[in-house]
Each structure stands twice: as structure tokens, then as C-alpha cells.
Design a protein around this ligand. Sequence first.
Ligand code: NAP
Length: 293
Amino acid sequence: MRILLLGATGQVGSELVRTLPSTGSLITTSRSNSSDHIIDLQEPSRLQDTLDTVAPDIIVNASAYTAVDKAESEPNAAMQLNTEIPAVIGVWAKKHGTLVVHYSTDYVYDGTKPGPYVETDTPNPLNVYGRTKLAGDEALLASGCAALILRVSWVYGLRGNNFLLTMQKLMREREELSIVDDQSGAPTWGRSIAEATTAILAQTPLDIDKRLRLAGIYHLGPSGATTWFGFASAIRERLDLPCRLVPIKTRQYPTPARRPLNSLMDSTKLRDTFGITLPAWDRTLDRCLSDTD
Ligand SMILES: NC(=O)c1ccc[n+]([C@@H]2O[C@H](COP(=O)([O-])OP(=O)(O)OC[C@H]3O[C@@H](n4cnc5c(N)ncnc54)[C@H](OP(=O)(O)O)[C@@H]3O)[C@@H](O)[C@H]2O)c1
């Protein structure tokens, strides 16, 4: 089983590099020379060539344009990665009967729902990043390939650009930090996403018709809920840092991209289909912070 991983250097991709070899022979791509194939995905034709050369049985797409605020001023760059690349993958995968795992985001929703979102809720992205990601999901679904689209949220880890690492740095530098306390979500460790992906692949049938029946959107998140202020407080407590945290409203912290106030997603469909549940977000934070690998 040949698995082609796109975005091998990212938060989720770097964790998938650890977990996917148990599923098959892993071939990686990124812009870094640590990968088997160095590709700039701003040029979709390069991906097409790589797909033809590698001829993977499974494509895992962890690449994306994830700079949410920058995407507002670079919509074409965001669209290339988040919409065009999934479209190329979908067409190729449909033609070759290849299974695709792709990651989507809570930012496809507008956050006005009072409770957790389910997969059948209507998306209504508030920003360029969310719109380009939603268009990528739609392109994959429209291609008719066997695609498992895993919607994740608030991803963090011990590498890359994320809230955990930013907070660790700022809390060491400053005496006081103001943190948004009216956006709700569930922080998700990149490793949890990689482990769940591998567990899903272990159960995915070889038969293409059965795969097509499983295809679709799945929410993948831990149990529990918090706010960015709650997440920052949990980090502060665990690292025993003296920095004072002040809860503020989203409107007191203006950003180029609007963000949903509610990012909570219900993962019941994933549990019922694959028997997979992620532990509570705060237990996973403990595991991440004690990780020594
Ligand atoms: N981060 C979050 O909070 C979050 C939340 C919801 C959903 N998601 C989704 O989860 C998935 C994984 O996100 P992540 O946080 O792991 O992202 P990430 O850390 O930003 O990694 C993105 C990956 O895409 C690659 N990439 C970006 N531009 C590229 C280009 N022009 N050519 C080749 N590769 C390029 C990056 O490579 P380089 O190292 O070369 O830049 C990196 O390997 C994405 O689909 C994202 O939309 C993330």
C-alpha cells in the first residue's frame, strides 16, 4: 500500500509521518528537502506529475494555506492550496480509484449555532480561509472520489505556528496578556488527528464501493469545550508561569479575518462509523506537554 502524504512538514503532517508507516509505505511531499518529493503546491501541475509518478493507493492531504489573517490579502494563494489542490487530487483519485484523506476546518461554519455543529449543518464561512477550505471540500465531494474529509479545529502541537507555542513564548516575556474569552472550541493536538487518521485507515475496506459508501465529511475533535482564555489558563497553570491573564471580547481584539464565536463540532458520526473518540482536550494537553519525542 503506497501512501502519498502532502504537507509532511506541517503540524498534522509531521505527526502523520510518525503514524502512517504502520499503514503502508509512506512517500512524503513538501517544500522542504526532508521530503521525498519537493513540490511547491502553488503549481498544481507539479502535483499532477507527482501523482502520476508515485501512483499512490492512498493520498493524505495535510497541506493547506493556514495563515487565516494573511489569507484576507492573499486570496489567490489561499485558493490555490485550499481549493485547487483538493480539486486536482479529487480528479486524479476518481480516475485511479484512490482513497483520499483530507482535512477541513471549523472555519467553514459561521459560529452562530447555539450548540456543537454536525456534518449536515449548512456552512457559511466568515473569512477567505474558510471560504477557500469549503470550496476545497466541495471540489473533492464533486469529484466523486472516495474521500474522507476530516474537519478539525484549534490545532496545536510542539512545532509550527500555534496557540500553545505562542502562549508559552508570550507568557515568559510579559507580565500580563489579554486573551479572547468569547470564542468557544476544543483545542486538538496534531498527534490526536494523526492517530485517529491511522486508526480510520486501518478500518477502511479495500473494496472501492465500500469505500465510496464511507466517503464524506466527519468532524474530528476531542470532548469538552473551552475558550482561548480557558486554553491559555490551562497552559499557564501547567507550565506554572506567573503571567496574569485578562479575559476580553473578540471585538476588543480586531483581526483582519473574522472568526466564528462557536467552533464546537460534534464527532458522533466518526464514533458511530469508526468507533473512534478522542479524549477530553485538557487530558490531551497534559499528554502533549509531557511528550518527550
Ligand atoms: N491549524 C489549525 O488550527 C487548523 C484548524 C482547522 C483545520 N486545520 C486544517 O488541518 C490541516 C493541517 O493543518 P496544519 O495546522 O497542520 O497546517 P500547517 O502546520 O500550516 O502545515 C501546512 C502544510 O502545508 C504545506 N504548504 C503550505 N503551502 C505550501 C506550498 N505552497 N507548497 C507546498 N506545501 C505547502 C506546509 O509546508 P511548508 O512547511 O513548506 O510551509 C505544511 O507542510 C489543514 O487542512 C488545515 O486547513 C488546521
